[in-house]
Ligand binder design. Structure first.
Ligand SMILES: Nc1nc2c(ncn2[C@@H]2O[C@H](COP(=O)(O)OP(=O)(O)OP(=O)(O)O)[C@@H](O)[C@H]2O)c(=O)[nH]1
Ligand SMILES: [Mg+2]
Length: 557
């Protein structure tokens, strides 16, 4: 078990920057390391990205390489550090805030030496840190570093979007035109390594890809596949890609193999010989490629395109962190850019004055009387040189200032446009929701009306069917009455007819009616009347059945 080898230079308190100067207190660790490196240039490498993705593990490999690379080949890989950046297999985040390796490390090349500082950072998108907190960690580490490693586990377009969103925030450091050129007019970020862990996708080998480099025998360029713009690409995806490309002078993608199930924190896989061979060679390749003295010398920290010493960087670092802290991360592009430009050109003026003083002293030493001979062009020469230089510096500063004002204006305009577009989008959404509600209400009203009309029509149909049925039953009842009366009046049936006939013929009824009727009774006539009455009853019975059926249909429909 090792104690932590990283010292905290930024600690979030309640996942926010502490307003009581905590940041300044802890930045002193970084300043102390820079002081130790002194007048040498310095390479600052930071590793950022998604939480729990093996950042601290890899940062420890950097340290081992920097400390033990001279022990030959890959011996450094199995060296034990007395203390390391804390790392482990855990569900909760391990690293918090920003940590730097507690001591300065060095790299020598062609007889020169530079300092190397490694920074390990809190993982982005953890569940406790606000987006402002994430942006501050990201902003400070991208601003401080000369090599910015963005660690990702699974590539999806949102990985690029996250990176670009944070860069939008961190772009406060850039000014003037934003075309990615490493001109001194810009405070561009230097090198981006988009590091893809557990890389498995088809057609591309493990290794490093940039615009001009691919792993040996590799034809498809992964960096170009990810970053190249294509005509059918969505505008948002295009903006994301060009946004990232424009922020850095140098960009590349590294595809690293996966350790599989042999996680290097497990006791049985502590020795690198037990790791997955592909993972081991990926780690070795990555570390030696970017941490070789030659690579580090090419990646020393620059401000406005000029290499600065660790000592000079101290003033910039203090100022940047102070600005970010004071504004709780809402610092505008103009502020950081202008402040840096002002410090940069003040340094230049001081350097010129220093040079002037040294040369004049040198001159006076060579003229011990202390009098520069009249007509000597030397004094004039230095005066003019200095004046020319100061004017140049002034002009450059004004130019930069104008450019930064224009850039800030444009940023504000873009910000306004974004807000306006968002407001319009919200308004459209509200209107669409209202229209949808109205349509729903109207459809419901129509549906109810239709239901009501249907119910009314049904009621009417039932009523009609009831009336018809009632009428049919009535008629049937009458027919039944008629039939009964035909049967009951069997004898009398003819009687009435005869009486009526007699009455018509004679004006009176001459016969004893009963006798006469018996005599007159005609069974055939009766049978005919009976049949007719029965047929009528049957017809009406059938009609009543029909109307009953219709009534049932109407009721059940
Ligand atoms: N899948 C995978 N796991 C790895 C890799 N490298 C290391 N690990 C494992 O990932 C786990 C977390 O490692 P850390 O180095 O603590 O991860 P981190 O990104 O620093 O985590 P935070 O500091 O919490 O954001 C450990 O179990 C490591 O063994 C890798 O390349 N791929
Ligand atoms: Mg960590």
């Amino acid at each position: 078990m090792t104690t932590s080898g990283g010292v905290t230079i930024l600690q979030m308190v309640n996942n926010k920057i502490d307003g009581n100067g905590k940041l300044l207190v802890v930045i002193s660790h970084l300043l102390a390391i820079l002081s130790q490196i002194g007048n040498k240039p310095v390479a600052l490498i930071s590793i950022n990205g998604k939480q729990r993705s093996g950042k601290s593990f890899l940062a420890n490999q950097f340290i081992k390489y920097l400390k033990f690379r001279d022990e030959g080949d890959t011996a450094w890989l199995d060296k034990n550090l007395k203390s390391d950046f804390e790392w482990r297999d855990d569900l909760e985040r391990v690293t918090s805030g920003i940590q730097v390796w507690h001591e300065p490390l060095y790299a020598k090349f062609n007889g020169k030496e530079i300092g190397v500082i490694v920074m390990d950072t809190q993982g982005l998108h953890d569940k406790n840190t606000s987006s402002q907190g994430n942006s501050i960690i990201f902003g400070i580490s991208v601003l401080l570093s000369s090599v910015f490693i963005y660690n990702e586990k699974h590539l999806a377009d949102d990985s690029l979007q996250y990176l670009q969103t944070y860069l939008e925030y961190a772009k406060f450091a850039t000014g003037g035109k934003n075309d990615g050129s490493p001109t001194p007019e810009r405070l561009t970020f230097q090198k981006l390594i988009f590091l893809m862990r557990d890389f498995q996708t088809g057609g591309c080998k493990h290794g490093y890809y940039d615009d001009n480099t691919c792993p040996p025998d590799q034809t498809k360029n992964l960096k170009q596949s990810i970053f190249e713009l294509s005509p059918d690409m969505h505008t948002e995806a295009k903006d994301t890609r060009s946004g990232i490309e424009n922020c850095f002078e140098d960009r590349g993608v590294y595809a690293m193999s996966s350790p599989g199930l042999k996680l290097p924190n497990m006791a049985e896989f502590k020795q690198s010989k037990d790791w997955e061979p592909q993972f081991r060679s990926s780690v070795v390749d990555f570390v030696t490629k970017f941490f070789s003295p030659e690579a580090l010398f090419a990646s020393t920290k620059r401000v406005f395109g000029q290499v600065v010493t660790a000592e000079q960087l101290k003033a910039y670092v203090s100022k940047w962190v102070q600005l970010i802290q004071e504004t709780e991360g809402t610092v505008g592009s103009k502020t950081i850019f202008d402040t840096t430009a002002e410090m940069f050109y003040n340094n230049k003026i001081e350097e010129s004055l220093e040079e002037y003083k040294t040369k004049m002293k040198d001159n006076l030493d060579r003229h011990p009387t202390g009098i520069i001979p009249r007509g000597s062009s030397l004094l004039e020469l230095y005066r003019n040189k200095l004046r020319g230089r100061l004017n140049g510096v002034k002009e450059e500063f004004y130019k930069l200032n104008e450019a930064s004002i224009a850039a800030e204006k444009e940023r504000q305009l873009r910000e306004k446009e974004k807000i306006e577009a968002k407001r319009r989008e919200e308004q459209l959404k509200v209107e669409a929701r209202r229209r949808e509600e109205q349509l729903k209400i109207e459809a419901k009203r129509r549906e109810d009306e239709l239901e009501r009309q249907k119910a009314e029509a049904k009621q009417k149909t039932i009523q009609n069917a009831e009336n018809y049925h009632r009428q049919a039953l009535n008629d049937l009842h009458v027919a039944e009455g008629k039939l009964q009366s035909v049967i009951a009046n069997k004898k009398n049936y003819r009687y009435q007819v005869v009486r009526e006939e007699e009455d018509r013929l004679f004006g009176f009824i001459p016969w004893d009616t009963d006798t006469y009727v018996d005599w007159l009774y005609d069974d055939a006539q009766f049978q005919q009347a009976l049949k007719a009455a029965q047929a009528e009853k049957q017809r009406l019975q059938q009609r009543a059945n029909e109307t009953e059926q219709q009534l049932n249909i109407a009721r059940n429909s």
